[in-house]
Design a protein around this ligand. Structure first.
Ligand code: DAH
Length: 355
């Protein structure tokens, strides 16, 4: 190898060793092998050399070019590996570290109550069903024995929507009782279903929200009696409020879709708000034996199948259970309220631990 090539190669190797990153490496490559690089210039000069010199010089130049190219690629590989190492160690995740301190998510009281209801009724063999928020007036009213012009329709302050489905007017469902119809139409009895969900009425003050939640319940079987209804609801209410001796009273009432119908009250102290004592009564849910016409509307023979149904306001029982005085903050998303009344996602509602 000629002296000038040995110098060029040595200088290039030094420059490569000094190149700290891929950009510096590229600058070295361009300075030597680029269009006006030092080695490129020597190759171009070859044409002017005397023919006898050309072969030996050409071979030496090619050797130098190969050696320099190999050195550049080796340095490139080393720099890329170092860059990857640096990235990996910067991004390294240590799964053994404890969770970073900070605000943990909490379960909203409405969701918590729904979980608790599912746990209690689940232990009694109920499944959880669902309806649609946007429903037709047939599912929300007519099939439930509330025909057009029935005064109960006016009681509900219904939000009607434009358009129809199956030729029926659309509305935001005013009650979860539509899931009774959905369940009977879609499943073969016997049935045990609860259906927690959103409901809507044009009503807004400290105790009413235009969007609120109800939980419906439906049992259909052969030879179901009022005794089953009472036993089921007494067990539920005592488990839900965690008071084994909670007084429960069934009071005759009227709903179009049940016969007989009953309102259910629990014992409390009106003055202190304490539940389970005090000799006062508080209405908490509606219930009754499913009306034969409702069974027939769903294609069930009332001489074969009977059942009971019930419906309760989820906000109402949540407020009573936790001593919450105002309905509005349930839907305002105020973090201070949520931190106070929210519950831990790591302690889900489980019956055997006491919901
Ligand atoms: N849907 C009724 C309401 O919104 C509550 C209700 C009463 C549901 C009696 C029932 C029932 O299933 O049997 O006021």
């Amino acid at each position: 190898m000629t002296d000038d090539l040995a110098v060029l190669q040595a200088e290039t190797e030094t420059a490569l060793a000094d190149a700290a990153d891929l950009r510096a490496l590229e600058a070295v490559r361009v300075a030597v092998l680029g269009k006006s690089g030092r080695l490129t210039a020597l190759l171009k000069a070859l044409g002017a050399a005397a023919p006898e010199e050309r072969r030996a010089r050409g071979a030496a130049l090619n050797l130098a070019k190969d050696a320099i190219t190999a050195a550049i690629e080796a340095r490139r590989a080393a720099l890329e590996a170092a860059a990857l190492d640096a990235r990996l160690s910067a991004e390294r995740l240590d799964p053994s570290l404890p969770p970073a301190p900070g605000p943990a998510g909490l379960i909203h009281p409405i969701s918590r109550t729904i979980e608790e209801m599912a746990a209690i009724f689940g232990a009694m063999g109920f499944t959880v069903g669902e309806g649609l928020d946007v429903e037709t007036d047939w599912f929300n009213f007519s099939a439930l024995n509330i025909p057009a012009h029935h005064p109960a329709r006016a009681d509900h302050d219904t939000f009607y929507l434009p358009g129809t489905r199956d030729g029926r007017p659309l509305l935001l469902r005013t009650q979860t009782s539509d899931v009774q119809i959905i369940s009977m139409l879609n499943q073969e009895p016997p049935l045990r279903v609860i259906a927690p969900g959103r409901t809507y009425r044009a009503d807004h003050d400290a105790t009413h929200s235009p969007m609120f939640h109800q939980c419906e319940g439906l049992v259909i079987d052969r030879a179901i009696t009022l005794g089953h209804l009472k036993g089921c609801l007494i067990d539920f209410l005592r488990a839900f409020f965690g008071i084994a001796s909670l007084p429960v009273r069934f009071r005759s009432s009227y709903f179009p879709f049940t016969e007989p119908s009953m309102e259910v009250d629990i014992g409390w102290n009106r003055r202190t708000g304490e539940l389970g004592a005090g000799g006062d009564w508080l209405e908490i849910l509606g219930s009754g034996m499913v009306h034969p016409r409702v069974l027939a509307n769903c294609g069930l023979d009332p001489r074969v199948w009977q059942g009971f149904a019930f419906g309760m306001g989820i906000e109402r029982v949540t407020m009573l259970k936790h001593g919450i005085a105002d309905l509005r903050p349930f839907f305002e998303g105020d973090l201070r309220w949520l931190r106070h009344y929210g519950s831990s996602p790591l302690a889900p509602a489980m019956l055997h631990e006491g919901v």
